[in-house]
Design a protein around this ligand. Sequence first.
Ligand code: PLP
Length: 375
Amino acid sequence: MIYFDNAATTKMCKEACEAMFPLLGELCGNPSSAHEAGQAAASALFIAHRDISSCLGCEPNEIFFTSCGSEGDTMALLSAAEYGTSQGKRHIISQKAEHHAVLNTLKALEKHGFEITLLDVDQYGMVSPENIARSIRTETALVTIMTANNEIGTIQPIAEIGKICRERNVLFHTDAVQAAGHIPLDVTALNCDMLTISAHKFHGPKGVGAVYIRRGVPVTPLIYGGGQERGKRGGTENLPAIVGMAAALKHCVSVMSERTEYISTLRDRLIDGISELPNAHLNGHPTIRLCGNVSFCFGDTEGERLVYLLNKKGICCSSASACSSGLSEPSHVMLAIGRSPELAKGSLRLSLSEYNTAEEIETVISEIRNIIYNL
Ligand code: PLP
């Protein structure tokens, strides 16, 4: 099997597996227990807070562990919404190509009386900071813009957007689920107040994530429970997964530059190979994109069909985001970058990792070529 669906989820790295293993057996304590086993667990939790925060350039008590990226996004948005309400601010700005974890939370807030402005993106999926500046009003509570897009890989000018928000005294959240572990993220340099990550996108375990919420921004818990995570996220911590996430992120950060160079070389070869095919249109920014993302639309060829035929050849990839594949609707991201509904249905995403090889890239190019010429 050749796995090219790392934007959907990744294989766990050795570092994460090794860090988790003892916590699945002997080290079984609950961090809230006063005895020795509990204290060992509490200490592992403390170290995970410290490691994640040092990878993101914040304080350990500004990190809240969650069950996934969707939870982190929801927690950040609802916290900003409640804080905004307390100040008479009920307007939120985002953009049309966000992940559904953000878009659907915004829809829910709209039902509760918030006014949502969804900005257009350009042909590459890039949002304009000037447009954001123009859209901010006195009643704007929050700007939320993803760091990198999950379908087309475009990386947004987050630091610039954050600077505008800070100057205008508006909270700024970024969904960094696709970016974490793959590009440098420092919350101070990015000028953000809130940032979401999810472990399974950077070779950590599934079902665990974290949200950075700057000290001073009031947090609204989604789960009250027994006071875990300083009373902001109740429920016994998924300690093995949290420790695995911290190990995975630390590892990604330590090998980021070599890994990026290696994966970018594979990506560029794949883009060159596919670009030679008839009716192949690259989606996303030609250079300002995640090193592992390759996304194309193919004339009138359905993306779902390409995924099916490639799967028969042992190649795993996706036709849009994993969360929305299976639906016959064209992807909202493809529509946002101006693809026609017909072309939008023909999107194919191949997302790479360091576990892919140059041979696999050649195999995939040749299989896609066979499919396109024989359809
Ligand atoms: N945000 C982005 C950009 C994503 O790509 C995803 C998952 O694909 C999510 C949020 C949701 O993350 P999770 O699957 O951990 O809930």
